[in-house]
Write a protein that binds this ligand. Structure first.
Ligand code: FMN
Length: 625
């Protein structure tokens, strides 16, 4: 072996390696003997190199010096590695306990042999940065002798190159060098190159599948697929993203995309001091975290008193129409309760023309400003007429919809409005007492609105006292009611859905009580019922409560069904506050999409006064941010 001594070589190595000349010189000076046996051709030729000096007189060759290039490339700080053997670079991570399987053990054995024999080693082996990035290390190890010819140190010069690991070629080491770029070149030009980790797709995939346990890892696995330029931009704009997400218009658009414009315009009717920020509305309606019952009184009166009326919300107003007065007298009065008033009170609406009196009819809202009444039981029997009222008119007038085609006269049917413009009516009871299973649609955007039956190949069993709830913009969920079951009629807990945007709409069974005798298969399925309340929440969820229920079940319990789930299941919704003690016969409507008003109803023979209301509040402005 050739032995040479001299500061010139050291200077050359140090400057060639971009190491700190003074530091290395210090080491050399501190070592009384200085370095010997430096082979210039063995040190790196392509760019800055890492330099490591180990103590050969100590057990296991502890590191006594690393240059800043070593720190920069490997990601290990000097204080983390001093005193350790260099083999940790063969470990996949700082926490790994053993050499990575793809590190060539023949090369490692050759290093050991060279160190033992005190000869120069030159070769390549797989190393890893602290963050797990694989690097190819072209390593040159040279023994340093003192004047007595004893090896006191080993000098290691490392030239790192990016590699792509090929796991398919186990067990032997197989790597591809990436276009002859040294790792330092990458560091110098971060925005034109992908990082090593990105070049290592399979490795990062393994990493992800093993560790995809939390959001941070998930975010990481997304971020590693971006380019550094993306990451740099992302880190710069992230704060801006954060600021942007506070934008009221952005939240409104996001809610509109998710829930449809009809729902968002309905939510906008929550006026005055109760007006909520869209971000808050989105959170509260998604989590239902602030949902609570409350009881409150309003002024005015609904006189003469009646039951079996229908209510409906129009903007911030609750509108009541019809009902059964004394001596079963069908009524045709219209009353309004404006909840945006500081002291809401019932007011009789003086209309120019009113439809014939009725009870057991339906009242629905159109376009958030009009009302449509259909069917019910009048003085001369059941009705199949429809009337529309615009409350904003100076002299409000009920106008009849003249259509040559009409559903058969009925009462205790169910209705809902699609897109705010189409009235959908289903089921009910005929004059002869027969139950119906048909579904009719009245498009009120037409100049001469015409009823049309929705033709389906299969219908859910005929029923009355059920509910229709709109989910999204085209789907309707039918739930409960008193349904025919063979030769008998039973309370139902079945839910069916139909998508009216389909070319050939079909009713589909969703979930229900399939057991005989109306027995619920589990506790979380709502007990079968009729004359209940069903309210649609944004995002395709439906909440039901109340109604006439057999046995000792509580009608006040709330159940929620998410129709967007692949296999929707009922969930019990626990809501604090003063819930109504109702049994059945109440009427409800949802004001501004967030205030579920419960009026009237019978409980143990008592009738509620229409000035004592229960409200299920789904959103609250007072909740702290
Ligand atoms: C000065 C010096 C520098 C070294 N640098 C590295 C290195 O950069 N990467 C590496 O994998 N091994 C390096 N080694 C080799 C290991 O420290 C160790 O000697 C080798 O893994 C064989 O020993 P083992 O089989 O006990 O692990 C270096 C050794 C010395 C003496």
């Amino acid at each position: 072996m050739e032995r040479r001594t001299g500061s010139l070589e050291l200077q050359q190595i140090a400057s060639n390696a971009s190491g700190n000349v003074e530091e290395i010189a210090d080491i050399w000076r501190d070592s009384a003997q200085g370095f010997r046996g430096i082979h210039m051709d063995m040190v790196c030729q392509s760019g800055p190199c890492g330099i490591v000096v180990t103590d050969a007189l100590e057990l296991d060759h502890p590191i006594v010096y690393v240059n800043s290039v070593f720190e920069l490339i490997t990601g290990y700080r000097a204080d983390e590695v001093l005193g350790r053997n260099c083999r940790f670079l063969q470990y996949r991570s700082p926490f790994a306990q053993r050499r990575y399987s793809l590190v060539d053990t023949a090369v490692v054995a050759e290093i050991s042999r060279c160190l033992n024999d005190g000869v120069v080693f030159q070769g390549e082996l797989l190393n890893f940065r602290k963050d797990g990035t694989p690097l190819m290390n072209r390593l040159c190890l040279t023994p340093i002798y003192n004047d007595e010819g004893v090896i006191t140190h080993f000098l290691g010069v490392q030239s790192f190159t990016e590699v792509k690991l090929n796991h398919g070629s186990l067990p032997g080491l197989d790597w591809e060098k990436s276009k002859h770029h040294t790792y330092m070149q990458k560091l110098e030009d971060p925005f034109t190159q992908r990082t090593s980790l990105l070049g290592c797709d399979e490795a990062s995939e393994n990493f992800c599948s093993l560790h995809r346990v939390n959001d941070e890892i998930l975010a990481f696995s997304i971020l590693v697929r971006l380019t550094p330029r993306d990451i740099a931009s992302f880190s710069i704009v992230c704060q801006r993203f954060s600021k942007m997400t506070k934008d009221e218009n952005l939240w409104k658009l996001v809610c509109q995309n998710a829930w449809g414009s009809e729902t968002t315009s309905l939510l906008e009717t929550v006026a005055g001091p109760r007006k909520l920020a869209w971000e808050k509305i989105a959170r509260q309606l998604t989590t239902l975290e602030v949902a609570a019952w409350r009881e409150f009184s309003v002024g005015g009166s609904v006189h003469p008193s009646c039951c079996n009326f229908s209510v409906c919300a129009v903007g911030s107003k609750v509108v009541l129409f019809g009902g059964e007065g004394v001596n079963m007298q069908p009524r045709n009065d219209t009353f309004v309760l404006d909840l945006s008033d500081s002291h809401p009170e019932w007011k009789h609406v003086h209309v120019k023309f009113a439809p014939p009196g009725r009870w057991g009819h339906t009242l629905s809202c159109l376009n958030n400003s009009q009302l449509v009444v259909f069917g019910g039981c009048g003085t001369d029997g059941l009705l199949n007429d429809a009337f529309v009222l615009d409350l904003d008119e100076l002299q409000p007038t009920w106008r009849e919809i003249t259509s040559t085609i009409r559903p058969v006269p009925r009462s205790w049917h169910s209705s809902c409005t699609l897109d705010g413009t189409k009235l959908v009516v289903s089921g009910g009871c005929t004059d002869s007492g027969a139950l119906l299973s048909d579904t009719f649609l009245l498009d009120l955007t037409m100049e001469n609105p015409m009823w049309r039956e929705i033709n389906v190949s299969w219908r859910p069993p005929s029923r009355l006292g059920h509910t229709l709830s709109v989910c999204g913009s085209h789907k309707i969920l039918m739930y409960g009611g008193l349904a025919t079951s063979g030769s008998v009629r039973l309370r139902s807990s079945d839910a069916y859905i139909i998508d009216l945007s389909d070319e050939e709409p079909r009713w589909k069974y969703v979930i229900g009580n399939m057991l005989p005798g109306g027995v619920s298969p589990s506790n979380s399925v709502p007990p079968p019922r009729l004359d209940h309340v069903a309210l649609s929440l944004p995002g395709g969820r439906v909440v039901v409560f109340g109604g006439s229920i057999a046995g000792s079940h509580s009608a006040a319990q709330l159940y929620m069904l998410d129709t967007t789930e692949e296999k929707p299941t009922w969930r019990i919704l626990y809501v604090p506050g003063q819930q109504p003690n109702f049994a059945w016969g109440h009427s409800t409507c949802v004001v501004g999409g967030t205030r579920v008003m419960v009026l009237g109803g019978h409980h143990t023979g008592e009738e509620w006064v229409l000035t004592e209301l229960h409200e299920l509040c789904l959103a609250s402005a007072s909740e702290q941010d």
